[in-house]
Design a protein around this ligand. Structure first.
Ligand SMILES: [Zn+2]
Length: 106
């Protein structure tokens, strides 16, 4: 029996933009990971500490995580197409997915 698998391959350069949503006003800030700095007055950091719309601070984990991501992204870009990302392979057959069997209803 053959099972067909679909695999989505994502290149590093395709993961270029990161979106940060403000928990207070729901404004979404889009940062370009290819860029050196976010459009903010706070030079020296890629990610602003505060929402540019309402001024509330982002979650304290956002800035260090996205700063790290930015640094790693810049390094991965140097490898060009040598590294790609994939998600879980998706089967086209329902039998390969236990949650698709219909047994767990309710
Ligand atoms: Zn906000």
């Amino acid at each position: 029996m053959a099972i067909m698998l679909q695999e989505m391959i994502v290149f590093v350069e395709d993961l270029r933009f990161v979106r940060i949503r403000c928990a207070h006003c729901n404004t979404t800030l889009v940062l370009d990971l290819k860029g050196a700095f976010a459009p903010t007055k706070a030079r020296g950091s890629f990610v602003p500490k505060h929402c540019p719309m309402c001024g509330e601070p982002y979650d304290g984990a956002v800035q260090p995580c996205v700063e790290s991501l930015h640094g790693i992204y810049q390094e991965l870009l140097k490898l060009e197409k040598g590294i790609t990302f994939t998600g879980e392979p998706e089967s086209t057959g329902a039998a390969a997915r236990p949650d698709a069997s219909g047994a767990a209803k309710g």
